[in-house]
Ligand binder design. Structure first.
Ligand code: 13P
Ligand code: SF4
Length: 392
């Protein structure tokens, strides 16, 4: 059996790969706010013991959710790990937990707040854990686009679909306009349902998930898709382009998955004969087309669990997850698709000091970093989230 130390190669570092973590602000993040609180030092040797003790003291009052892109030091304290779909389901299924500590990013915590009861509180250990993709669709811009569809007389035919990776405002807009939320695990089901309700879909905010699902899973042509650019007058589209389109894609993308290129795929195929290329659908269309398999983080985990011993895999998703999978399967050659480091810098903001701080605050009777969505937005967003949870 191959030893993992001989198969896992750490990608090389780049100057921009990681933002400074911990205290301070990230103006480019979904919220771009500072995280208050007196955090323990990252070098504190007792951090694991402190997190363990605080969690034990809280018992069933706390439920910790961990997205697959979280650091190992954090994921070890998660009661449940999952992709964004599974975590939304899990948040909705825990009405007894007083506190949901969400180790993920802001839009996930917002969705958890919408899906939990009024009595429960959702806590994001670092308020600066936003998402650059979610930032790419702002409510005012989306409403401007919708007004254009109304002026053109096509709005009644358009079903808005938003990826989970969007703010609660955008989910509220989608709920108000009879649409649905989707995740990378159910995008095909969401689009199938949407095309039963109308003849066009307005897909927010990830152009790649929208295009990849429509073209590679639903049989649409690339010509059926148009790209609405919120920074151009009228979205940069003519009236005829909008009238003819089946998929109106918002110009947004994931800055992590956008790093993988066709060259990365070609290079690994040359270097490792017989390698299986497995990528997330947030990757660019040419990358997904060149891959052997595509799927959500949950799909990627299952595919590697089921892979035969000795098989080789180049995986195009966030590095914390790929490294964890490589270490969990030392009999398989699992490598990162890119040559350089590719963490999600905002996911990485939740580190052990922030988790310890949040848990210890709860033990002390203070509730830090509560994520609350206002009632009206939450009610509208819940329509679109419930529609997702009810998809056939
Ligand atoms: P999933 O967890 O739905 O696969 O999405 C990946 C992602 O980018 C989360 O931010
Ligand atoms: Fe956002 Fe991409 Fe990070 Fe997911 S991986 S939180 S989509 S920036």
């Amino acid at each position: 059996m191959a030893n993992v130390t001989s198969t896992w190669t750490e990608p090389s570092n780049t100057a921009t790969a990681l933002l400074l973590l911990g205290r301070g602000t990230d103006p480019a993040s979904e919220r771009g706010v500072d995280c208050p609180g007196d955090l323990p030092a990252p070098s504190d040797p007792d951090l694991v013991a402190r997190a363990t003790a605080a969690k034990a003291a809280l018992g069933d009052r706390v439920f910790v959710l961990g997205h697959h892109y979280q650091r190992d030091e954090v994921i070890q304290f998660a009661d449940v790990t999952g992709d964004s779909f599974k975590l939304a389901q899990q948040a909705a299924a825990r009405p007894d937990a007083e506190f949901i500590v969400f180790c993920g990013v802001h839009f996930m915590a917002e969705s958890a707040d919408i899906l939990t009861t009024a009595r429960q509180r959702v806590i994001l250990p670092d308020l600066a854990a936003g998402c650059s993709m979610a930032d790419m669709a702002v409510l005012g811009q989306v409403e401007t686009a919708w007004e254009r569809f109304e002026d053109l007389g096509i709005a009644a035919d358009v079903v808005p679909v938003t990826y989970m990776n969007s703010s609660a405002d955008i989910k509220g807009f989608v709920g108000r306009n009879k649409g649905v939320v989707c995740t990378s695990s159910n995008a095909k089901r969401a689009l199938t349902w949407s095309f039963e309700q109308g003849s066009k879909v307005f897909f927010l905010p990830d152009q790649h998930l929208g295009r990849n699902t429509a073209v590679l899973e639903m049989g649409f042509d690339l010509d059926d898709c148009v790209l609405y650019d919120p920074h151009k007058p009228g979205g940069g589209l003519t009236d005829d382009e909008l009238r003819d389109a089946r998929m109106i894609l918002w110009r947004g993308h994931c800055s992590v998955h956008g790093r993988f290129t066709l060259d990365s795929v070609r290079e690994v195929r040359e270097r490792v004969p017989g390698v299986n290329v497995l990528v997330h659908p947030e990757c660019r269309h040419d990358v997904v087309r060149a891959a052997d398999q595509v799927g959500s983080t949950e799909y990627i985990i299952k595919a590697l669990d089921a892979a035969p011993s000795g098989s080789a895999w180049a995986v195009g998703t966030e590095l914390n997850l790929v490294r964890r999978l490589a270490l969990a399967h030392p009999d398989k050659q699992i490598m990162f698709l890119d040559r350089t480091v590719c963490y999600c810098s905002t996911m990485n903001r939740i580190d052990l000091p922030h988790l310890v701080w949040a848990l210890e605050e709860l033990v002390a009777g203070r509730v830090p970093n509560v994520i609350t969505v206002d009632e009206e937005t939450a009610a509208n967003a819940r329509v679109a989230l419930d529609q997702m949870l009810a998809l056939p």
